[in-house]
Structures are given as structure tokens and as C-alpha cells.
Ligand binder design. Structure first.
Ligand code: GLV
Ligand code: MG
Length: 357
């Protein structure tokens, strides 16, 4: 049943499309908007940001700038998202009303910040249905929630299941740190003070002791990945604020990828390439996974290069192959690198029978 008379039917399954990077731009910044023609073909998701990082006196320019961008550009295989203002702001209502009315048919996903619980999604959900019906939008606009308050993290499972519009969740480490009263002043990444130190050497108690930084975000990210995967929606790492520290950005993104995330935000063009590299499985990994899938055809267990393979490792390999296949459909460079020709793609698709999300 549609949620409003004339609104599109809710989806039964969230479409899984490449979204290795959600690239943020400020639609009130004309210089940035001027570069979009060249940028759009390089990103999986382009997101017009209306919330934090846009000054209060630029909020309306950002909203109207986003509408113009949606009207003036084609996104082909890419997606267009917007991050609207939060529910406790005076801008959210008009953000949704004006955007759905003017370009609702072109927006794939609305990212909602500072979501506290399922009630926030219910509000956006009903409102979107009314606006879709009024504007004659034919496919449902999906919703993505940022996990960036302590209450939101406590309610993450309920948020993930709050609506068939739920496309995914992103970690918002900056707001979350503030909400939890963590003592960091950075946007994502590690902290030199959050560490574990080796025990003292009993024969030399004053010798210096090795320390290792720990991941401040591991608990939240893992919880978010479980909430998403258990409910067929997609988890993303959020922003990494130190644009110049490309090495640590890559590490943070890779941790998220290995843990189950499908993408991260890019706040600067330099992070687009990092995300593309990290969130596309490596050629070696894909070739290995394809080898396992082939070798396991009909077998209970096999040894490959001294490593035991069984149904569980097969399933892991299917996840990698299926992701590679999906990315290769859109990215000819990857298709060549993975060695997936058209026949191979169809074959692996049949073999894997859907390893995602
Ligand atoms: C993102 O919005 C964050 O607060 O980290
Ligand atoms: Mg935030």
C-alpha cells in the first residue's frame, strides 16, 4: 500500500548500487557548482549538503542551488543525494517541501542528520509520501540516517527497521563525539591518547614501552554494520576531516570496508580516489575469490594453496565476487582489471546467487 494516495509503492528491497563515495558539495558555493560537470562522472554519489558546514545565512542559497544542480545535470549511473537540515532546525520542512516539489523525481536519497530514533524517520517518511503524491513522483525517495547522537546509537536497530525507505546509515563521528562528551576535537580517525601500552619488561622496568593507537570508532561501526546487515540496508563510514592526512584517511576507510561498510563520505576530491581504491576489492582478492568459487562447485571442502575452503569461505568469496561484479558493470577499468568478461560476469552472477549486501 502506498503511504499516501498517489504516492509510489514502497520498495520491498533496497537497490544495491555502487556508492563507494558519497561526495559532499556545498550548493551555495558557485565555484564548487561550476566544477560539477567534470566531477559528476567521477563519483558514485553526489550529495548536495544543506546542513552543517553551510552558514545560516547561506541555507536558502544552498537549497535553491541544489535544486538548480538537480535540474541542470544528468546523473546516468551515478546517484544524486541531499543532506537536509536536522529535524530540530527551522529549515528541514521547507528543504523537503521545495526539493520534492521541484526535483523529487531526480533525488535518489535524502540523508537525515542527527536521527535519534525511529520516530524521526516516521516523520520524514509520511511527509515524503505526501510530497511525492502531490508532485507526482513515481519512485520512492529513499532515506539515509546519520548515526551521530548517543540516543541514535542506542536506537540503531530500531532506526534501521523504521521504514522501507531506509537505504542505509552513516557514522557521524564529529557530532557523535560531542553528543557522547568524548574528549576529541577531530572529525573521525584515531587519537594519539587512545592507546594500549605493552606491559613493562620485568628485567628492565624503566625501558620505554611500545604503544598502539586503538580505533575509537570500532564499537559504533560494528554495531551499525550489524544493524544494517541484519535488515538489508547499507552501512557507511562517514567523514574524515584531515584532508591532508591521506594515509590515515585510507586506513580509516579500509577498516570500515573490512568490517562491512560499502562506502564513505568524500569531503574533498582527493578522498574520491581513496574511497574508490579502498571500497573496490583488490584484484588479487577478486581473483582468489573467483578461484575458490570455481573450485567449490559441488564440493564440501577443498584445499587451495594449503588453505581449507568450505561453505563458509565460499560465502565470503561470493560476497567479494558479487561486489566486484556489480562495480565492474559500471567501471570498465575494474572490469578489465578483475578479468570479468561478459560471460564470466553472467556465470559468477549465477554461481553467487546474490552475495550482497
Ligand atoms: C557528520 O555529520 C559528523 O558529525 O561527523
Ligand atoms: Mg554531523
Amino acid at each position: 500500500m502506498p503511504q499516501a494516495v498517489g504516492a509510489p509503492l514502497p520498495l520491498r528491497e533496497i537497490p544495491v548500487r555502487p556508492s563507494r563515495m558519497i561526495h559532499f558539495f556545498d550548493p551555495s558555493n558557485e565555484k564548487m557548482v561550476g566544477k560539477l560537470d567534470r566531477l559528476i562522472p567521477t563519483v558514485d554519489v553526489l550529495l548536495g549538503n544543506l546542513e552543517d558546514a553551510v552558514a545560516e545565512d547561506r541555507k536558502l542559497d544552498a537549497r535553491h542551488g541544489f535544486i538548480r544542480v538537480a535540474q541542470e545535470h544528468e546523473f546516468r549511473e551515478g546517484q544524486l543525494w541531499t543532506r537536509v537540515n536536522s529535524l530540530d532546525s527551522p529549515w528541514l520542512l521547507d528543504d523537503l517541501v521545495e526539493i520534492v516539489q521541484s526535483v523529487g523525481g531526480k533525488v535518489d536519497v535524502v540523508m537525515v542528520p542527527k536521527v535519534e530514533g525511529p520516530w524521526d524517520i516516521h516523520y520524514v517518511d509520511r511527509l515524503l509520501a505526501q510530497l511525492e503524491a502531490k508532485a507526482g513522483v513515481r519512485r520512492p525517495i529513499l532515506v539515509h540516517a546519520i548515526l551521530e547522537t548517543a540516543q541514535g546509537v542506542s536506537n540503531v536497530e530500531a532506526i534501521a527497521t523504521s521504514s522501507p525507505r531506509m537505504q542505509g546509515l552513516s557514522l557521524g563521528p564529529a557530532d557523535l563525539a560531542a553528543s557522547r562528551r568524548m574528549k576529541t576535537t577531530r572529525v573521525g580517525g584515531g587519537h594519539p591518547g587512545y592507546l594500549v601500552r605493552n606491559d613493562p619488561d620485568s628485567s628492565d622496568p624503566n625501558a620505554s614501552r611500545v604503544t598502539a593507537q586503538q580505533d575509537l570508532w570500532h564499537y559504533t561501526l560494528a554495531r551499525m554494520v550489524d544493524a544494517c546487515s541484519a535488515n538489508g540496508i547499507l552501512p557507511y563510514y562517514g567523514p574524515f576531516g584531515d584532508i591532508r592526512d591521506t594515509v590515515a584517511c585510507e586506513d580509516q576507510f579500509r577498516n570500515a570496508f573490512l568490517l562491512g561498510c560499502v562506502g564513505a563520505w568524500s569531503l574533498h576530491p582527493v578522498q574520491i580516489d581513496i574511497a574508490k581504491k579502498v571500497f573496490s576489492p583488490s584484484v588479487d582478492e577478486v581473483k582468489w575469490a573467483m578461484r575458490v568459487v570455481r573450485a567449490m562447485k559441488g564440493a564440501g571442502a577443498v584445499m587451495i594453496d594449503g588453505k581449507m575452503q568450505d561453505q563458509a569461505t565460499l560465502k565470503q568469496c561470493q560476497v567479494v565476487v558479487e561486489l566486484a561484479r556489480m562495480l565492474a558493470q559500471q567501471d570498465s577499468e575494474l572490469r578489465d582489471a578483475y578479468g570479468l568478461d561478459a560471460a564470466e560476469q553472467t556465470q559468477t552472477a549465477k554461481e553467487t546467487q546474490g552475495g550482497l549486501p
